[in-house]
Design a protein around this ligand. Structure first.
Ligand code: PLP
Length: 420
């Protein structure tokens, strides 16, 4: 168990934390005593910012007052409701404003982008992914391989998993070099959902491009969590969701990125829809599709104005806090919990996430050397909100905007008690 000195240290760290006032701007799920539960599930669904509720109410009022006129009303300006969240998202992912669009869903956006960027030939139709990619990405990639008439069972190349605790970027790069002759695409999670390992896309892009292979990034677990430089890294396309670290609400609109080098490439096929048609001509509804400039030209459908409102408000919190401040607290908080896990839990738990703070975000994936069927319900009963992934991994994500150092300390005590 932790000690009185640990408690004093945690309290002091929280007192020094410049981001601590942000916690007071979230609804945090309560424990049975009416206090905030230890909410370490921001990697799955971020909690609700107060501002999200206000923005949602405003959007509902506009709908009630204006009805369909909301599309043409200058103040409500639903037609450009995605502009602010797109600009805010672009800053978070290190993109030019024209390279980001917000709307749709993550897997839906991946499908749209795969339609453009997965251009298989008889000689090169394989897709390289990191070890254990998120299943939805694998399903999406497999479906495109099948659509093109190839066999997904042979054409998805998964880089081998590295030993726990060591970065698998090297394994990915080695596989890329070895398999490049048959690759049509690399699709990699910027932070792997299971291990929490973050990948710097830049070396992957350099190696892949040297072999003429485009690179896509799933940034679901990275956006709002680790710094990204999608433009400078030269990533060809990316997609992410709005409901994890961005705290945009369940099923929040997703984001997509297309590097500007592709914006004017007419040889690139795309799945078209009227929302991707030129904005200045969209409501004239001509029969021929002409894409809006930039990433916006990859949108297909009317965005959910109601869902954009809370996302935009939540992104406003990141603007206020600054991603640098979020990241530096995140590194400190994750490192703090890691040290306590090592000391208090010893070999009852193995930390699967890389030890190097530069190779991970806010997540620690813990392999628990005890029966999780017993341990996990005990943690739930102790008001810890995290998740488990079969067979033996606990994912805990202390998020800088709303978690505290003392929650980290109490979490370690509750896990120790749950393991027994
Ligand atoms: C890495 C990753 N990719 C894809 C998805 C699927 O997202 P969606 O259901 O919003 O399409 C998730 C969902 O958790 C995810 O974590």
């Amino acid at each position: 168990m932790t000690t009185a000195e640990d408690r004093a240290e945690a309290v002091a760290l929280d007192a020094e934390d410049a981001l601590s006032p942000f916690r007071l701007r979230f609804f945090l799920p309560q424990d049975r005593h009416g206090h905030a539960a230890i909410y370490f599930a921001g990697h799955s669904l971020g909690p609700q910012p107060f501002a999200a509720r206000g923005a949602m109410e405003e959007a509902l009022d506009e709908w009630a007052e204006l009805g369909v006129a909301g599309w043409s009303d200058r103040k409500a300006s639903w037609v450009t409701a995605d502009a602010t969240p797109a600009a805010r998202s672009a800053r978070l992912v290190g993109a030019h404003p024209s390279e980001v669009a917000v709307g749709g869903t993550l897997t839906g956006n991946l499908h749209t982008l795969l339609a453009s960027f997965y251009r298989p030939t008889a000689a090169r139709h394989a897709v390289l992914m990191e070890a254990r990619p998120f299943p939805s990405d694998r399903y999406a990639v497999a479906s495109h391989i099948d659509l093109h008439g190839y066999d997904a069972r042979r054409s998805i190349v998964e880089a081998p998993s590295a030993a726990a605790g060591s970065a698998s970027l090297d394994a990915l790069l080695e596989t890329l070099e070895r398999e490049a002759h048959r690759l049509a695409l690399v699709l990699v999670g910027a932070v792997n959902y299971l291990t929490g390992e973050s990948f710097d896309p830049a070396p992957i892009v350099r190696t892949a491009h040297a072999h003429g292979v485009p690179v896509g990034v799933d940034a679901a677990h990275a956006v709002g969590n680790v710094p990204l430089s999608l433009h400078d890294a030269g990533v060809d396309f990316a997609a992410w969701c709005g409901y994890k670290y961005l705290n945009g609400g369940p099923g929040a609109p997703a984001g997509l990125f297309v590097h500007e080098r592709h914006h004017l490439d007419e040889a690139l096929p795309r799945l078209a829809g009227w929302w991707g048609h030129r904005l200045d001509d969209r409501f004239r509804m001509p029969p021929a599709f002409e894409p809006e400039a930039g990433a916006a030209g990859w949108q297909v459908s009317t965005p959910s104005v109601l869902a954009l409102a809370p996302l935009s408000a939540s992104l406003g919190l990141f603007e206020e806090a600054g991603l640098d401040a979020v990241r530096s607290k995140s590194v400190a908080l994750t490192g703090y919990i890691e040290r306590l896990v090592d000391r208090v839990l010893g070999d009852r738990v193995e930390i699967v996430t890389p030890r190097d703070p530069g190779s991970r975000g806010a997540q620690l994936s813990l392999r628990v050397r005890a029966d999780l069927d017993t341990v996990f319900p005990r943690l739930v009963a102790a008001d810890v909100v995290c998740d488990r992934r079969e067979p033996d991994i606990l994912r805990v994500a202390p998020a800088a905007l709303f978690n505290t150092f003392d929650e980290g300390r109490r979490f370690v005590d509750r896990l120790a008690a749950a393991i027994g």
